[in-house]
Design a binder for this molecule. Structure first.
Ligand code: ADP
Ligand code: MG
Length: 474
């Protein structure tokens, strides 16, 4: 599945010229990030890291990932409405993982009060790698579904144009014309706009809930601008602002700065460090409101690693989506082996298996954002240490996916131009809107390809490991 320009990679002069064009094209197209030194100002910005060349992606697997996205949207939505399932699945986890436990407490409190929210908006991204079988045939394997703050739908809408120009500079205009258009930021905005419309107050605004450190603001601005273009007002606020200025009226309508909020779109709130006591209180206030939360707390819980592991158990998908045999088969075909480390004989066996053969597995805590998983020797050491304690139930174990590497250049500001052996991860954005019991929108909204050098086992673009890419279908 090599791309048809491996020869180019050896032509140093051509690569250097293409890299100069690529960087300027990225800046012109708006593939931008704020700098580490000045993360909250736009006076100095730089290009977001990206590959010099598009990476080859098997066409059949790309189609397969798109074809299963609406199924995953339905599944996430079904889980979010299934209290019994969430309670049972997360029972062992919340005993040992304080972050999941706190989210769960808010979930229970909101249910006990009675849900004020009646319109639901899901924006997720299902991520995959291409596992290389023993005979060399690649297969699509899901890494995870991100149900909160799935990012890079904006910037990735602009990378195909950059890569198209690079290919032209390298004399590959035929291949350039085959790069697919891709605009997740529009698809995401259409979902937000639909939810805003169904909320039913023309003067209400959409609130982006953003982090204190906002390096990736341009990615979010792409979605914001799509909303402004539709005459929908957007405000950007932090948990701190909500704590200080947010309020609910008698009908649990949410107000910020005197303005009613129709939709809260979280680009924050997915890791423990996003929360102090005030931020937890702000989160609770938002969840209690009738504003459309994207995601609501139940949908965030549906995206935990523990839920993912439970989904791989025989019969679970069938129980969650009765009668949807084909959807179940499509989803299951993308699952890698996932194993529970819950206390008991089965968990003991799994732990022993991983300790004996750590290279076959990835050990994952209930965390998001990259850089949390354990591999190889570290996996063995940690499991050795916790194998007889309940702490091990805060992790799940997963088969390690082993893709076929390909050569590429990773362009990063202030870094030397050098060729790397790389692997890629494909994400498909899903968007859905439900009003009461009725699904009114269910779409695949575009894709994201991220590529990293093989020496890094883990970590996304924001973590400084992976870079943005464009798929070239082969
Ligand atoms: P996070 O929520 O932190 O993004 P992920 O499950 O996506 O957690 O894992 C982070 C990264 O670790 C992925 O982007 C991928 O590079 C790597 N990774 C995760 N699971 C596997 C796996 N089963 N096999 C190989 N690499 C994996
Ligand atoms: Mg991930």
């Amino acid at each position: 599945m090599a791309a048809p320009w491996e020869d180019v990679l050896r032509n140093k002069a051509a690569v250097e010229e293409a890299a100069r064009v690529a960087v300027d094209a990225a800046l012109l197209q708006g593939v931008l990030m704020r700098t580490e030194g000045e993360p909250n100002a736009s006076d100095v910005v730089n290009y977001a890291p990206f590959t010099l060349l598009p990476s080859a992606v098997p066409s059949a697997l790309f189609q397969q990932a798109y074809a299963v996205q609406q199924d995953f949207n339905l599944l996430v939505d079904a889980i979010s409405q299934n209290k019994e399932f969430l309670e049972r699945t997360l029972a062992s986890t919340i005993k040992v993982d304080d972050f999941t436990a706190r989210l769960f407490r808010i979930y229970m409190q909101v249910l006990e009060e009675g849900l004020a929210q009646s319109v639901f908006l899901g924006i997720n991204r299902s991520d995959y790698m291409f596992d290389c079988g023993v005979d060399g045939t690649p297969s699509l394997k899901q890494i995870e579904i991100n149900t909160i703050a799935a990012s890079f739908g904006g910037l990735t809408s602009r990378t195909a144009a950059v890569h198209g120009q690079v290919l032209k500079v390298l004399g590959r205009s035929e291949e350039a014309s085959r790069l697919l258009p891709n605009n997740p930021s529009k698809g995401l905005a259409l979902g937000i706009a639909k939810a805003w419309e169904l909320y039913g107050s023309r003067s209400a605004v959409v609130m982006f809930l953003v982090e204190e450190v906002q390096r990736n603001i341009f990615d979010q601005r792409c979605v914001e601008n799509e909303l402004w273009n539709r005459n929908i007002r957007v405000m950007r606020k932090r948990f701190r602002d909500v704590f200080e200025k947010g309020s609910l009226d008698d009908a649990k309508r949410l107000y910020m700065d005197g303005q009613e909020v129709a939709v809260v779109y979280y680009r924050e709130g997915y890791v423990p460090k996003n929360y102090d006591q005030q931020n937890w209180e702000a989160r609770l206030l938002l969840e209690r409101s009738r504003a459309v939360k994207c995601p609501d707390i139940a949908t965030q819980l549906a995206g935990t690693k523990k839920v993912q592991q439970e989904l791989s158990q025989p019969g679970t998908l069938e129980r969650l989506l009765p009668g949807r045999t084909e959807a179940v088969a499509r989803m299951r075909a993308t699952f890698a082996g996932l194993y529970s480390l819950d206390v008991g004989e089965e968990g003991d066996k799994i732990a022993a298996m991983a300790i004996a053969d750590p290279d076959r597995f990835v050990l994952k805590p209930q965390r998001e954002g990259g850089g949390n998983n354990l591999y190889d020797e570290e996996l063995r050491q940690v499991l050795e240490k916790i194998k007889d304690s309940p702490e091990r139930t805060s992790y799940i174990l997963m088969d390690k996916i082993k893709p076929q590497p390909a050569m590429n250049y990773l362009l990063r500001a202030h870094s030397p131009l050098q060729v790397s052996e790389c692997i890629s991860e494909l994400g498909i954005f899903g968007v859905y809107v439900r009003q009461g019991k009725e699904m009114v929108m269910n779409e695949a909204a575009g894709h994201l390809l991220r590529t990293k050098a093989i020496e890094h086992a883990d970590g996304g673009v924001a973590a400084g490991v992976a870079v943005l890419d464009t798929p070239y279908l082969v």
